[in-house]
Design a protein around this ligand. Sequence first.
Ligand code: HEC
Ligand code: HEC
Ligand code: HEC
Ligand code: HEC
Ligand code: HEC
Length: 327
Amino acid sequence: MQQKPGIWPNMRHIVKKTITFQLLLVFFVWGHPFTSGLLAREQDPCLSCHQYPGLVRLEKNGGLKVLHVDEQKYLASSHGHLACRACHLAVDKIPHVGTNKTDCQSQCHQSDKDQSLLANTPRKGFHTKQQSVIVSLEDRTSCKVCHQIYPHSKEPFVRSFLNMHTGYLACEVCHLKRSKFNIVSYDWVNTEAVVFEGKPFGSVYDPRRKSTRKPEASLSRISPFVMHKGKPKALMNTWDTQGALKVSSARTRLDEDEKKLEIRHYHRDVVKMERTTACEECHARNGLLDFRALGFSQDRAEALMTMPIGNIIKKYDAFYLPKLGGM
Ligand code: HEC
Ligand code: HEC
Ligand code: HEC
Ligand code: HEC
Ligand code: HEC
């Protein structure tokens, strides 16, 4: 954010390179995938992205593919002594999509008995008990009338990270034509109408202590605030909800042009955020959100400001993981 032209593009290039290199190094020093205890000492690099609950992709059939793997639950599982790539041989570069093929026999399960066992064991849902996701979140906004909780499906690799944020932020934080409003602050809005599968995640804001904690049943999300009748008010679009319900009802028959006009109407305050700069809009110093003012602890705020994942996403050109030793 707020970087000047001229010298900056070069600097950013160098910073990006360094971060990618560091990540690459992590992969290089990563030993044999069957070394037991590896994970206990040091986080598997795959988890640097897959540890996040709410990391979700929408499938073509409308279903959700949950990509989260909880580290503690994974370590406690019967396969927790294995590095991720022991089975995920097809994941050979970052970013990756469509690399769902798994191999149970690269070193294990090779006997005839095991092979027939494998043939009768479904692979789908292998990590289900280690995953968390929001299955329902009712905030009465117009956006939710037409869009799902996890609305991003287009751009591979960023879509799942963006989806994860809809459990942290109102759509308006990222999609508002800010120039049309006088935003006085970004603050928390609470919702009880949330259903988690797995462990609850995200944040709950405690206004008395002015601090955030892990949620149990309710969830707080960040929204822009504007002044309304002398008081700060969350700017989440609920005023269009009735109208949106009406136009999207099966009984309302609209031709293509009428549909376009309606959608344009409901998007009159909406902009599409630029994905190449999206992450550093917030995960940077002097970003859009003041994490300390929002009640995040010093450490957490620091971690949110210095997170390297955004840089990896922005860079986009793939880097290949080294081949696994002994395989
Ligand atoms: C013992 C083998 C094995 C290990 C070790 C393993 N996985 Fe998996 N993983 C699977 C199988 C089987 C599937 C399901 C594939 C399918 O649907 O065909 C899967 C699926 C996935 C998926 C896709 C989402 C899903 O749930 O279907 C992700 C993401 C994933 N694994 C990440 C990881 C990460 C990260 C680790 C290390 C912490 C890991 N896996 C370790 C076997 C393994
Ligand atoms: C830099 C972040 C990052 C790292 C590191 C990472 N992943 Fe992923 N992975 C993702 C994202 C994002 C997706 C979802 C892509 C999409 O939207 O299709 C994904 C998808 C997957 C899938 C599902 C593939 C599919 O299309 O069905 C598997 C399996 C998987 N990752 C395993 C792994 C394993 C194993 C490792 C370690 C070798 C790993 N990932 C490291 C971010 C990462
Ligand atoms: C009446 C239904 C409807 C409502 C209400 C609605 N949307 Fe949409 N939205 C759509 C449809 C359909 C599309 C895809 C067609 C298109 O690209 O115009 C879309 C596309 C989008 C896009 C992508 C635009 C682009 O340029 O690719 C964004 C961002 C978006 N909506 C955000 C929102 C937000 C935020 C709200 C709430 C303030 C909202 N929408 C309310 C129906 C709706
Ligand atoms: C963390 C910021 C962020 C939040 C929160 C967010 N979006 Fe987005 N959204 C983006 C970015 C960045 C893109 C552009 C991605 C791309 O280039 O395809 C996008 C694209 C979209 C698109 C079109 C592309 C696609 O993937 O289908 C739709 C529709 C959309 N957003 C709807 C919503 C709705 C509805 C909400 C609230 C439930 C929401 N978004 C919350 C950042 C966000
Ligand atoms: C509009 C601000 C905003 C944008 C844009 C944004 N984030 Fe975030 N992100 C947040 C906030 C706020 C949290 C923490 C929410 C919480 O814990 O309640 C967060 C949390 C995360 C986390 C989890 C960190 C953790 O330790 O739990 C990851 C990973 C992440 N963001 C990655 C990304 C990536 C990748 C992008 C770009 C595709 C992105 N973010 C864009 C605001 C943003």
